[in-house]
Design a protein around this ligand. Structure first.
Ligand code: ATP
Ligand code: MG
Length: 454
């Protein structure tokens, strides 16, 4: 920008010089013409006035009167064309300030005029008048030099001011460039101090928001990675706990009942058929319990019905299962708007998200009611597309401000975002609502029978 300003300055200086030269040329021309006319008048007047004097004194008087005139040189010559001697002190100095090239640019073509000097009817000499534009050119040169110096000072001042101003204005951009380099090197702690300029302050604020968002995304990624690393261990621990807490007592009870039956069979006393029947019934009910536990555990590890029965049926089973396990909560489900299936990954995502949202509603919200809605809808944003809309709403205590994010929420978000969908956890009045939107491909498999990945 400074170079551009300098270029404009130089151009302006060249144009100014051209204008000065053109103006000076015509001005000097006019001056020369006027000076020539004046001096011719002066010479004629002098000759007329000194008609009575001797020729030599007339010539000398004339020579003295015409010395030192501006813009013209008058050489007074006698009848033999020899110059008349004059006092050298009165001659104008021949030193000129304007350089030769400047004079050559401006000087008009020299004019010369020989005026005969006639006294008492006799030709006694000649006055040779020559225009002398250098005096005028010196004056123009003087103006030009002063003007150029003044313009140079103003331009230098302006350039200095621009340099400082540009430096101040552009400094924040340098900061932004440095900040971007930090981001490129994955240093998301960098922040820019917003400058005074409002436009650049917006850029700085946006930059800081982007850096903040990147830092948060990296922190979330790190958290998720750590959670994923421990997820398998957690799952194994949970399964081990379930086996220990649920299966252990059942197996112990089975063992106790079996021992009781053995004791009865070994006893000498007559067989107590009612007791035996009671033991057999106990064993039967414990086996039923174990079967339910076994089904629940397998279903938790891998919802085997998925892909084999319509998705809506799987979700109804899930809802019934929750109702059975949490008698204090009423679960309602509306899955009528769903297709048979949307492929393994989408079906499993829907299943797991609803499962986790219902678990959270009971576990964290202590909700008396949980309503689940899942349906296929026309995509309001894309022409001709369809989406899956899922909402799990509870009327529990709601999400506490500043609540943590466990594997449940982050896992749901990950699964949904991997399908280009959106996941939102919101407070509803009362309670909490989870809203999920998953866009559907046009060529989705209608009846996938493959077993989904757990
Ligand atoms: N329906 C809800 N009602 C109230 N709070 C909720 C609800 N859903 C989530 N939360 C809050 O969000 C937090 C994070 O939930 P998230 O499911 O991610 O983890 P978690 O349930 O604590 O552990 P897990 O990893 O086993 O799921 C919960 O601890 C809870 O504070
Ligand atoms: Mg959870």
């Amino acid at each position: 920008m400074i170079a551009l300003v300098i270029a404009i300055d130089v151009l302006a200086a060249l144009v100014s010089c051209a204008v000065i030269v053109l103006n000076a040329r015509s001005a000097v021309e006019v001056e020369m013409r006027a000076a020539l006319a004046n001096v011719e008048l002066l010479v004629s007047d002098t000759i007329d006035l000194a008609q009575s004097a001797s020729p030599s004194s007339l010539l000398q008087t004339l020579d003295l009167r015409v010395q030192g005139l501006r813009h013209v040189r008058v050489a007074v010559l006698d009848a033999a064309d020899a110059p008349v001697a004059t006092a050298p002190a009165r001659r104008r100095g021949e030193h000129h300030a304007a350089p030769a090239w400047f004079a050559a640019l401006i000087a008009p073509a020299p004019r010369q005029h020989a005026l005969p000097i006639v006294a008492q009817g006799r030709h006694i000499g000649t006055a040779r008048i020559t225009t002398q534009p250098l005096d005028e050119i010196d004056e123009v040169w003087g103006y030009t030099v002063s003007l150029s110096l003044a313009s140079l000072c103003v331009s230098l001042g302006l350039l200095g001011a621009l340099y400082v101003a540009f430096g101040r204005v552009l400094a924040p951009l340098t900061q932004v460039a440095e900040g971007l380099t930090h981001l490129e090197r994955h240093d998301y702690t960098v922040r820019i101090t917003p400058p005074a300029s409002r436009e650049l302050a917006v850029i700085a604020t946006r930059f800081n928001s982007v850096a903040q968002a990147l830092a948060e995304a990296r922190a979330a990624n790190g958290r998720l990675n750590r959670q994923l690393l421990t997820a398998q261990d957690d799952e194994r621990r949970r399964t081990a706990l379930e086996l220990h807490d649920e299966f252990g007592p059942c197996l112990f009870a089975l063992e106790a009942n079996a021992a009781s039956v053995t004791r009865m069979a070994d006893a000498d006393a007559p067989l107590d058929r009612d007791r035996l029947r009671q033991r057999a019934q106990d064993i039967g009910s414990i086996v039923g319990q174990v079967q339910t536990l076994n089904r629940d555990l397998l279903n938790r590890l891998r919802p085997h019905a998925l892909g084999q029965v319509p998705l809506a049926d799987c979700l109804r089973l899930l809802q019934r299962d929750f109702g059975r396990r949490h008698p204090g909560t009423i679960f309602t489900g509306d899955f009528d708007g769903l297709g048979r299936g949307y492929g393994d990954v989408v079906d499993l995502t829907v299943f797991r998200c609803i499962q986790e949202s219902m678990t959270n509603a009971v576990r964290h919200g202590a909700a008396p009611h949980v309503a689940v809605r899942a349906s296929e809808e026309a995509d309001p944003t894309a022409h001709g597309g369809t989406i899956l809309q899922i909402a799990v709403q509870d009327d529990g205590i709601g999400v506490a401000p500043g609540h943590g994010v466990g594997l449940g929420l982050s896992g749901m978000r990950e699964r949904v975002e991997a399908l280009s969908g959106t996941f939102v956890l919101d407070n509803s009045v009362p309670g909490t609502v989870v809203r999920i939107m998953i866009p559907l491909d046009h060529e989705r498999p209608e009846d996938s029978s493959a077993i989904p990945q757990a």
